[in-house]
Design a protein around this ligand. Sequence first.
Ligand SMILES: [Zn+2]
Length: 289
Amino acid sequence: MTYPVADTRVTYAAGAAEASALVLHVEDLSDGRRAVLLDTTCAHPVDAGWPDQGADQAVLRTETGDIALLDCIVGATDGIGLHLGREIPVPKGAAGWAFVAAHIVAAGAPIAEGDAVRVVVDPGVRARTSAGHTACHLASLALNLAVEDRWKKQPRPDALGRPDFDGTAIDVSLIGENTSTDAYRLGKSLRKKGFVTEGLDEALPLLAETINTTLADWVATDAAVRIDRDGDALTDRRYWVCELPGTSARIPCGGTHVSRLGELGRVRVTLELHDVDGTSVLTMVTTVG
Ligand SMILES: [Zn+2]
């Protein structure tokens, strides 16, 4: 039983939904399911550190039929064992470790080391998830713009040079099909950084309207979107780049995206403020279409 010595090569960032691959390793997990490691994949794996975009829906097409992917998770191996998701004991890119996409299939699935397979991703789910992810980035930039006059101190700038409320306050981001949900903690540490929360509740309807107007303006430009990448290895850094008029927004991102804003059609947000264990949490739900 040998483990891969290099990161999985990934092609989803370039938009691929099909890939021919070689099975490098098959391992039975403690829950009975099997983890399949390939030399290359187009299936987006969920990341344990920042699990915003989930696993692609896909099959591994073999000579004997299709094997459904139950999950796809980022894992890591040091050549001795395979660690998945939160069980990875080292930071991404650690020397001596290969970071891999672990394709999780059912117990006893007929697949073995050395098999040639074709990874086939559901293109509809991928397209709708990509739309949700692009809309998520746009909405976060529009939100930063809408609340920029609420800062008493200058926080770090966002991809458009505005105060980065999203990057400073984000707690959880979840991408879905044609949707995303972002939760922001408006607690003591954010106020210490200079963000004014007074009167935010009453301002929400106007803020949402402002964000929706910005989003409509941006979508109307049909700006090009692309992923810049340092390489095709799973741990290579990747960036979402959107060529908005007069400025180019660049955000670190390991997900999948549409290639033009015009593909999104209508993008709208709703904002809600809730109290969670004594801390105010702002939730922004972004919807495409
Ligand atoms: Zn992203």
